[in-house]
Design a protein around this ligand. Sequence first.
Ligand code: 3HC
Length: 325
Amino acid sequence: MYAQMVKSEATNDDPEQLAAFQARIDADDKIEPKDWMPAGYRKTLIRQIGQHAHSEIVGQLPEGNWITRAPTLERKAILLAKVQDEAGHGLYLYCAAETLGVTRDELTEMLLDGRMKYSSIFNYPTLSWADIGAVGWLVDGAAIMNQVPLQRTSYGPYSRAMIRICKEESFHQRQGYDIMMKMAQGTEAQKKMAQDAMNRFWYPALMMFGPSDKESVHSAQSMAWKIKINTNDELRQKFVDQTVPQAKYLGLTIPDDTLAWNEEKGGYDFAEPDWSEFFDVLKGNGPCNTDRLNARNKAWDDGAWVREGLLAHAEKKNAVRHAAE
Ligand code: 3HC
């Protein structure tokens, strides 16, 4: 069903209904699953929530890679808890997407065959333990910057999922920053490793906020429908302004020679990411795109016996119940 919706660009909604809907949005009403909504609102929510959920699940792969390599039992336990949290975040978001009439299997199928995206950041490798610190500090830090406003998104189930998710994200960011503090204040080798992680994750973290506002195809409509509360560039700027002092405290150098405080703007001027790299990664040409999709396809195939067993059990239970009626 969703596949047809993706095709239908037309939003031949009744103008009166559309006006009444926009009045609800402007009054900061929460839109609930059984409420009337424009086809385009439903379609862009399935797109955004579905890709958000995919990001949570695929995001487990780069960190999961280090659970068996964590330097101490304590670090292993912390990382294990964080990666498990991300699975739960994916679950909340798939449940929110299902309220819009798409099934989890449809969403999974579109992830696995490349018709739906996940966040570009997860197509970069985690090469050292310091990368796990940089992921928590920068990636979860960027995710928090983007997700906190989403708690006020106009679609009820998405807003409530975000409120639950945001409660756990600060732990994710703090544990990452704690790793970076240990490394940046450790031996010369550890400091070097932390700076290397900073160098490799800085620009991909800026890309998480999406293309520049002038390139963003969905922002205008998503802002009008209060699906999105801030623009991509607004959140990117907030992230840079928050992160620069944190890097300074660590004694790490942000890999951007143009970075400078702009008194008039009340924020940092900074170099934009390489957008050709961004769009190349979105096209599937990032360092880890193939690995990530292969891992998710393998997990889907390996899990077939569990799904079949559960379905068979449910069908048997239904048959017994019908026979007893
Ligand atoms: N990675 C992959 N695709 C991206 C992207 C990124 N970093 N940024 C933008 N895109 C895609 C969009 O999905 C859109 O493509 P589509 O039409 O095929 O969906 C296209 O680029 C144009 O971008 P727009 O700015 O027009 O799209 P949006 O208005 O949807 O804005 C967004 C992009 C800011 C990511 C928005 O979708 C959003 O806020 N999503 C919810 C938050 C989210 O998904 N975060 C991802 C990270 S979750 C995470 O990190 C988990 C944490 O626990 C570690």
